[in-house]
Design a protein around this ligand. Structure first.
Ligand SMILES: [Zn+2]
Length: 85
């Protein structure tokens, strides 16, 4: 879809990078967090990363793909062992 062609119907009428809106007035997002250490320091707060999404939607059939905007930071968090928040 980022290539500009729908993989389902072959249309090239793609709506790019539409923002997603969730319930409660907040955009839909995911987050990942540093797991709590076995020996937790007295003062400790998990580091975290989060991301909203953009959608690519086919104007020919409605097929949609979603991309995390902040995927690089999410992947860096994954490499550090962060887990779903
Ligand atoms: Zn399509």
């Amino acid at each position: 879809m980022k290539s500009g062609t729908c993989p389902k119907c072959g249309s090239n009428e793609i709506l790019p990078e539409l923002r997603l809106h969730g319930g409660g007035g907040h955009p839909t997002y995911v987050d990942i967090k540093e797991p709590e250490p076995a020996t937790r320091p007295f003062i400790w707060a998990p580091k975290s990363e989060q991301s909203q999404f953009v959608a690519y939607i086919c104007g020919g059939c409605g097929y949609a793909e979603y991309y995390a905007v902040n995927y690089k930071a999410l992947n860096e968090g994954r490499q550090k062992g962060y887990i779903s928040g």
